[in-house]
Design a protein around this ligand. Structure first.
Ligand code: 13P
Length: 252
């Protein structure tokens, strides 16, 4: 059966020292109260190796927020999937709406990133979601379908089954405006039906689909109680241990 996952996405927050402090604190907190879901922290590249070392003995996973679409070579400033994997990180967020919108990441680029992540045994947390105008025009299903089809439909069944999806309606990210529980369930069920059609029922049933967008300790429980919402990708509320713990407790 599919896993329930709460993954933090720190985005461009926390100095190296702040990140280390957070990891040590989270490790202690979760050692005392075992979570009822998988827990992952996705951090800027600079933290990865140290987080992976600190959290090695725990069940808390570590992930990057991005990786390059090239294997290696003269790409100044880029960090490859192999480099991410070499830190001990096991996950990588790909296709986040901020990467798509601010850094021009296209479906084609993301297809390459997904391939390289999988080739290096990283689990992609692949983000999809519509912007407000698309939701208002009732085009959210079409948008999400195309994002899935354009970057992931060429994968083999085996490779697709290694992917975690995150539905993040862009209008809900960092706005305090969460999708309603019903909106989240409706979209997650739709996404699962798309996967079932393309890759079959078994793979669809086993795919974890996370919700992201202003998910916090006060709404996590309700969101996670939906049958097709298998956890969350958490921005703002992943920056403080107490808040993040509150979201994880959405599965209690
Ligand atoms: P917020 O939780 O801050 O809305 O961010 C969600 C997000 O983008 C996670 O990837």
């Amino acid at each position: 059966m599919r896993k329930n996952i709460v993954a933090g996405n720190w985005k461009m927050n926390k100095t190296f020292q702040e990140g280390i402090e957070f990891a040590k604190e989270l490790k202690d907190v979760l050692a005392n109260e075992k979570p009822n879901c998988d827990v992952v922290i996705c951090s800027p590249f600079i933290h990865l190796a140290s987080l992976a070392t600190i959290l090695e003995v725990t069940e808390i996973g570590v992930g990057a927020e991005n990786c390059a679409d090239k294997v290696s070579g003269a790409y100044t400033g880029e960090v490859s999937a192999a480099m991410v994997a070499s830190t001990g990180a096991k996950y990588v967020i790909l296709g986040h709406s901020e990467r798509r919108a601010y850094y021009g990441e296209t479906a084609e680029i993301l297809k390459e990133k997904v391939k390289l992540a999988l080739a290096n045994d990283l689990t992609p947390i692949f983000c999809i979601g519509e912007v407000l105008e698309e939701r208002e025009a009732e085009k959210q299903n079409e948008v999400v379908y195309n994002q899935l089809a354009d970057s992931l439909f060429e994968l083999s069944d085996e490779d697709f089954s290694k992917i975690v999806l995150a539905y993040e309606p862009v209008w809900a990210i960092g706005t305090g405006k969460t999708a309603s529980s019903a909106q989240a369930q409706e979209m997650h069920a739709y996404i699962r039906s798309v996967i079932a059609k393309k890759f079959g029922n078994e793979i669809a049933d086993n795919t974890s689909i996370l919700y992201g967008g202003s998910c916090n300790p006060s709404n996590a429980k309700e969101l996670f109680s939906n049958p097709d919402v298998d956890g969350g990708l958490i921005g703002g509320a992943s920056l403080k241990v107490n808040d993040f713990k509150g979201v994880i407790e959405g599965f209690n």
